[in-house]
Ligand binder design. Structure first.
Ligand code: ZN
Length: 347
């Protein structure tokens, strides 16, 4: 077993030196501190000095309107706030609430995150759920289309439908049955470089084999690819592919080619197990994106992680996640629709 399969990143993240943004730090923040932080994340190019969000203007001169708590651009006369045109564009929550919520989301427990968020920040469940989707929507804009190199592990994890993918062996049998191919059951395909600094990518597909063109594009031709015995054979035409037989003992032991993907997949599994809603389509893509962002920023200390996440969201375009969650019942909204910010994530 290669050494790369036994990395334990949680040791690293539990180190004291990483606890650089505690609750005490948060409580010590004054109103102006919140504003300074959000401004710096929104307009890093001017070190927090407001820039008109009107793309044709981008003016730097403006009046401060005390009553409205907004700026008015001297160039185009548009009014704007810190969050205008950002990933928080349609959010009415005050900045301290947004930061508390983001802290819980980024650094908080890994259980049912929506309930935790609701209790920690004192907002309704629906508000908390939508806010999380806005967070994920914003994080997506910081995920680069990277090409993985070296030793790369690929794996697929199935979600949606009525069969919970808790047991890998059952999963492998069930996913080939026709009744499970109803479009609600989708596979997240992930790839991750081995080793401590390994980077990850992921996408959502109906079948594992459909991911081959995407994998070809994002795995360097010189890389060595490790997989299970899934539908990956077509990668052999372009890549060195090492498939390992799936056996009982490997399953119990934690199969080497899934170890590196596990932190990404386990987040999705926990969500599916801990909720009454099936995650499918658009929402599955949200979680895949969430997993990739966390995976690729896992080495940052708490403050750096929180600031990077805030920067991603503040510089993202307005989130298109509104109240759709409660109208969204079927799986058929997930692909190709204009209002789906994750259309490219589901192929
Ligand atoms: Zn302007």
């Amino acid at each position: 077993m290669a050494s790369g399969g036994r990395q334990r990143p949680q040791h690293h993240t539990q180190a004291k030196r990483n606890r650089t943004f505690t609750l005490d730090d948060l409580y010590a923040m004054k109103e102006e501190d919140y504003e300074r932080l959000f401004r710096r994340m929104r307009w890093p190019e001017t070190d927090g000095e407001p820039v008109c969000p009107n793309k044709e203007c981008k003016g730097l001169d403006h009046w401060w309107l005390e009553n409205q708590q907004r700026w008015k651009c001297k160039g185009c006369h548009k009014q704007f706030s810190i969050t205008s045109g950002s990933g928080f564009h349609h959010t009415k929550l005050p900045l301290p609430t947004l930061l508390k919520a983001l802290r819980t989301f980024i650094l908080g427990s890994k259980g049912n995150a929506t309930s935790t968020l609701m209790k920690d920040v004192g907002i309704q469940y629906k508000t908390a759920f939508l806010l999380q989707q806005k967070f994920r929507d914003g994080l997506k804009h910081c995920i680069d289309e990277i090409t993985l190199e070296g030793e790369v592990e690929i794996d697929g994890a199935w979600f949606g439908g009525y069969i919970k993918p808790e047991n890998r062996k059952i999963n492998r049998v069930d996913r080939r049955l026709k009744e499970n191919l109803n479009g609600k059951r989708l596979v997240v395909v992930g790839a991750r470089e081995r080793g401590r600094h390994g980077r990850a990518i992921a996408r959502v597909f109906e079948q594992e084999w459909q991911s081959i063109p995407w994998l070809r594009e994002h795995l360097d031709r010189s890389s060595t690819v490790y997989s299970d015995e899934g539908q990956w054979d077509n990668l052999l035409a372009s890549h060195k592919l090492l498939q390992v037989n799936h056996s009982e003992e490997y399953q119990k032991d934690g199969f080497i080619n899934t170890n590196q993907m596990e932190s990404l997949f386990s987040r999705l599994r926990r969500f599916e197990v801990g909720t009454h809603h099936h995650i499918s389509g658009k929402y599955l893509a949200y979680y895949a994106c969430d997993g990739v962002w966390r995976e690729n920023n896992r080495e940052l200390d708490d403050r750096a992680k929180l600031e990077r996440a805030l920067g991603c969201i503040m510089q993202a375009p307005p989130s298109r996640t509104f109240g759709g969650y409660y109208q969204f019942g079927a799986a058929n909204l997930w692909r190709g629709t204009d209002d789906n910010p994750f259309a490219g994530w589901v192929q």
